[in-house]
Write a protein that binds this ligand. Sequence first.
Ligand SMILES: NC(=O)c1ccc[n+]([C@@H]2O[C@H](COP(=O)([O-])OP(=O)(O)OC[C@H]3O[C@@H](n4cnc5c(N)ncnc54)[C@H](OP(=O)(O)O)[C@@H]3O)[C@@H](O)[C@H]2O)c1
Length: 285
Amino acid sequence: MLRQAYQRISQVSRGNSLSLSLNRNMASSSRRDLTDRVAIVTASTDGIGLAIAKRLANEGAKVMISSRKEKNVQRALEELHGTGLPKDRVKGVVCHVGSQTDREKLIDATLTNFGGVDILVSNAATNPHMGSVLDCSEEAWDKIFEINVKAAFLLTKELVPHLSKRKGSNVVYVSSIAGFQPFAVLGAYSVSKTALLGLTKVVAQELGPENIRVNCVAPGIIRTRFSSAITENQAINDKMMEMVPLGRVGEPEEIAGLVSFLVSDDASYVTGETYVAAGGQPSRL
Ligand SMILES: NC(=O)c1ccc[n+]([C@@H]2O[C@H](COP(=O)([O-])OP(=O)(O)OC[C@H]3O[C@@H](n4cnc5c(N)ncnc54)[C@H](OP(=O)(O)O)[C@@H]3O)[C@@H](O)[C@H]2O)c1
């Protein structure tokens, strides 16, 4: 009896690992259909934001990219158009998320070019202070919260009148694994990322009745300019990788894949959630 049960479990688990590996291959090659969706991705001229913009555009969305520097916006547009994405599907504008004027320009440019907005991916963040949290100046603390939390809140608030006109609209905030397990030298930044987990919950509750979903992603260590102090120093990188069961740094495209799921109708019953993509790095039970 026990032996039969064991054989059955072995068969099922062999089947599961086969289908898992098939699914993994499918996930890397399959594309969702975001045709006719319009997405704003902030801080999207480099790193994770650029990968998200590329992924959503490749899935058919019209995407408005943005960041603080005109030259970066132009470079990113050239890169995206250079991959074959049509110029009328990917456009860009300068937007420092901390500036109300810039946020208005971002929204206006999106409405003018694409006629509405379905998706906000709020990805911008800053970290002007490294070291003990109690050594963080008031100025640095305010800057961190202004860009990482307040700008995300304000942009959401400014976009709700437009998101509520569309079906299946949604917001994704980019938090961090540090929002669950603070990094010792990134104390204030970590607290700001924890705040986004709360913002996700509270805004999801309020916008649920309007059928606007609100979710969050918490990346682990991802290979970008932002994390280069870790990834380009072999000793620090090796030490950090001891915490990561997959034993490697993540790539921006691996966060883009998760965001693509959350903004799509595949996640139509998911709201108020934070998805961790951190190679197994401890976050929560
Ligand atoms: N990389 C990681 O390991 C990691 C881990 C967890 C979470 N995250 C989060 O992922 C997000 C993206 O980080 P990343 O690693 O992709 O960074 P990144 O590669 O350094 O790219 C940063 C992007 O943000 C833009 N930017 C910076 N400040 C901005 C502002 N105030 N307003 C608008 N755009 C701004 C930059 O362009 P301009 O200079 O032209 O403005 C650039 O396009 C952040 O929220 C970060 O906290 C990253």
